[in-house]
Design a protein around this ligand. Structure first.
Ligand code: KG4
Ligand code: ZN
Length: 344
């Protein structure tokens, strides 16, 4: 086995996936994920209390599994990174308590990672990572943000959603079309059977300047359209298709604007919605039209995972950061507060 001088255990528990990974100075060693989707399915969405309990149950077995898969022993681990926010407070506490306790017991440093920093750095785990600086489009269940990224720990918020996040709009629209949970992949599958010329949804906030988004109107548009038509399978698919196209076009218009405004030609797209194939096709078309390079994480690292937290935490630990003895989570945490001071 290759010996790593620095080796970080990453732990993600901000929502409904328990993610664990090992990342060292020779790269990603192994990762494991336990998804709670089946448990939350019957409630039609994430039940926070159940999520916390399940993280507590699954975390230690998942850590042992990762160590075994990677052929790593505890004494090889030099640091622990965990998601400290934003997310569901109980779920964050589950991962944070385990991570901090292990670090204390093993006598190694730990660092709390911002979940969205994890997402935005996820493409760095690929064999051809993007070069800094770049514009990042973060599209998850809780966030839709455009960020100028100069380097790890230097983030400037360019624009964000004023209401629903893109993923949230996918989830809510899927729910009103009775497509189940999780909504994003279900809606995308349904949209494949849809015709794009039957309904035309608006492209919100694209005809005024700026880089902010608003997605709650699209969900209302989907609701009204579904009430005005008999909701058979074809109509459902046609609405899903029109909705998906509207979200993808809107995101592509704003990404193009952000690239032009910043003068940058590299776009990173991350977060759960970046797994969407239609969005990728639309963004790739925009990229080739204006000569921009677009980078995505591999499919499994678009949604929540331990690898992105291990990677971001590794960078933070290498920059000299580590926790104090107290245990703290940040259910709400603006990304802009994250910038690494130049003196570090
Ligand atoms: O990043 P993520 O796993 O968790 C958060 O940080 O929120 O993102 C989850 C979101 C959910 O809203 C889910 O419906 C959406 O990403 N999503 C998708 C797809 N896969 C996941 N949305 C559209 N198309 C997909 N293929
Ligand atoms: Zn996420």
């Amino acid at each position: 086995m290759i010996k790593h001088t620095h080796l970080v255990l990453g732990i993600e528990t901000s929502c409904d996936e328990t993610g664990v990974a090992l990342y060292g100075d020779k790269g990603l060693i192994t990762d494991a994920l336990y998804s709670q989707v089946k448990m939350h399915e019957e409630y039609g969405g994430v039940v926070p209390e159940l999520a916390s309990r399940d993280h507590v149950r699954k975390l230690i077995p998942l850590i042992s599994q990762c160590l075994a898969n990677g052929g790593i022993s505890r004494s090889d681990i030099t640091g622990i990174a965990y998601t400290a926010g934003p997310g569901l407070v109980g779920a964050l506490f589950a991962g944070t308590s385990v991570a901090r306790s292990l670090a204390y017991a093993w006598g190694i440093p730990s660092v709390g990672v911002h979940h969205m920093e994890g997402h935005l750095l996820a493409p760095m785990l690929e064999s051809t990572p993007p070069n800094f600086p770049f514009v990042a489009l973060l599209v998850s269940g809780g966030h839709t943000q455009l960020i100028k990224v100069t380097q790890v720990g230097a983030y400037e918020l360019l624009g964000e959603s004023l209401d629903d996040a893109a993923g949230e709009a996918f989830d809510k629209t899927a729910k009103l079309l009775n497509l189940g949970y999780p909504g994003g992949p279900a809606l995308a599958a349904c949209a494949k059977e849809g015709h794009s010329d039957r309904f035309t949804f608006p492209r919100p906030m694209t005809n005024r300047p700026g880089l902010d988004f608003s997605f709650s109107g699209l969900k209302t548009f989907a609701l009204t359209t579904s009430q005005q038509n008999e909701l058979d399978n074809q109509t459902r698919a046609d609405i899903a298709r029109a909705f998906e196209e509207a979200v993808a076009d809107t995101l592509a218009i704003k990404c193009k604007r952000a690239l032009t405004q910043t003068g940058l030609s590299t776009l990173v797209v991350a977060g759960g919605v970046s797994a969407n194939k239609h969005l990728r096709a639309t963004l790739n078309q925009m990229g080739s039209d204006i000569g921009a390079d677009i980078f995505y994480p591999r499919h499994d690292f678009c949604t929540d995972n331990g690898a992105m937290i291990a990677y971001a935490g590794y960078q933070r630990l290498m920059a000299g950061e580590h926790d104090e003895l107290n245990i703290k989570v940040r259910p709400r945490w603006p990304l802009a507060e994250l910038n690494i001071p130049e003196s570090i």
